[in-house]
Design a protein around this ligand. Structure first.
Ligand code: GDP
Ligand code: MG
Length: 162
């Protein structure tokens, strides 16, 4: 099938907003991705003529206890079914314990990751994003999912990795 790009991160960082930004108005649910459940929704997406499957994550898992364990487990599942990952962090909050738990999972998995510093709505927030280098996943790519700022460059990077 087509390559799979998964969007991971703790709750409220803007994953679903980013997914909607990437999809624009064309939102078609695809049914045939193994491991996609109620908690992980897959969409048909394209960027610059490339077709790919975009997986949004974020449900609550029965097994894992505590928020860090929850988000790490979601990331583990998502990275397992993906060819590349968009790891979304709230640049205005900075890296939390939950973000660090996800980062550990992603560093171990060894798949291509684009570190997305979201909620950089304007130039004033750009300095906040620099602290996210501490996650050990390379350059934080500054994006505003809400306004669309930076999302094209982010997708170029992600598609290079697919
Ligand atoms: P998710 O839980 O990671 O899927 O996060 P959501 O996409 O549901 O967004 C959580 C909250 O962050 C919502 O209130 C969004 O409107 C807000 N949000 C998402 N992206 C941005 C952004 O780029 N800038 C700002 N200021 N708010 C954002
Ligand atoms: Mg969501």
């Amino acid at each position: 099938g087509q390559p799979v790009l998964a969007v991971v991160g703790r709750p409220n960082v803007g994953k679903s907003t980013l997914v909607n930004r990437i999809l624009g108005s064309r939102q078609a649910v695809v049914q045939d991705v193994p491991g996609v459940t109620r908690d992980r929704v897959a969409y048909d997406a394209n960027w610059r003529g490339r077709q790919f499957t975009l997986v949004d994550t974020g449900g609550w898992l029965a097994k894992a206890q505590g928020l860090a364990a929850q988000v790490a487990e979601q990331a583990e599942i998502a990275v397992g079914l993906a060819d590349a990952v968009l790891f979304v962090v709230d640049a205005r909050v900075g890296a939390t314990d939950e973000d660090e738990a996800v980062a550990r999972v992603l560093r171990r998995a060894g798949k291509p990751v684009v570190l997305v510093a979201n909620k950089v709505d304007d130039a004033r927030s750009e300095a906040d994003a620099q602290s996210l280098w501490s996650l050990g996943l390379g350059e934080p790519i500054m994006v505003s999912a809400m306004h669309g700022r930076g999302s094209g460059d982010m997708l170029d990077l992600a598609l290079e990795a697919l």
